[in-house]
Write a protein of this length. Sequence first.
Length: 88
Amino acid sequence: NEEELEIFSSLTTKGSGLGILAKPLSDRNELDVQSFIASTLDEAAYDAKAGAAEAEGDVLVSCYLNERAKLLEKAIQRITAKYPDLEY
């Protein structure tokens, strides 16, 4: 939502809020940026799955990490839906 992003962007006076990510840096670099984000999310999802496997004795931690991995995978799916040629 653009309105929310404007709020985030205005939270800092130097323009380094989250809203700064709302617009592509440039058409040429946008695919590289999205690839970097997707690969970072992929690593985090892998770590969450590994942590869930290690924490199988603790139901709360295991469930949290499994759901976190699912959420991160959904974020990757949204990125790849928007950028079908994306490689990460």
